[in-house]
Design a protein around this ligand. Structure first.
Ligand code: ZN
Length: 162
């Protein structure tokens, strides 16, 4: 994704108050992020670890951010829990239940959406792990490219639902 500035991030939220967006703490590695390797920016707030954020720029260049809350501790890698974003990938990390307030009036009325996501938003690196070669998928990098597209689509669809 295209690099974002702190200001762009703080003004991107569709379901957080101005106060919440102001209070967030950027990821510790923000200045050294490898944006080329990210399909969305996701992180847990270093000061309020129950909070998570996802920032995504769609194909039209519109950047939207979500504030999420972890409601359940992690489920270990290899359990049946599957991240709704990087799905179909054998993921090496834990997955957690996140809830996110809906945008607009619906959110002010208390409506939320719940979804399973990698506990520390590792999706972008998960989809880039090349799968073993097999006769159906002789080129692992083609599979990786497809997974990147799918992740992009799912994140976009999720933000649209919020
Ligand atoms: Zn994931």
């Amino acid at each position: 994704m295209q690099p974002l500035t702190e200001k762009m991030i703080r003004s991107s939220f569709i379901n957080a108050s101005r106060q919440e967006a102001k209070k967030l703490t950027l990821p510790e590695n923000f200045s050294t992020l490898d944006w080329d390797q990210l399909d969305y920016l996701g992180w847990r707030d270093p000061k309020m670890p129950q909070r998570g954020y996802m920032i995504y720029t769609d194909s039209e260049g519109q950047t939207r951010g979500l504030l999420l809350r972890v409601t359940e501790g992690g489920r270990k890698p290899g359990s049946s829990a599957m991240c709704e974003m990087c799905r179909d990938v054998t993921i090496p990390c834990s997955v957690g239940m996140f809830t996110t307030r809906r945008s607009g009036q619906s959110g002010r009325d208390g409506n939320t959406l719940g979804t399973l996501i990698c506990l520390h938003f590792e999706c972008s690196s998960n989809v880039r792990i090349p799968p073993p070669k097999d006769p159906i998928n002789p080129d692992p990098m083609v599979v990786v490219a497809q997974r990147i597209d799918m992740l992009d689509e799912r994140v976009n669809a999720f933000i649209n639902r919020v």
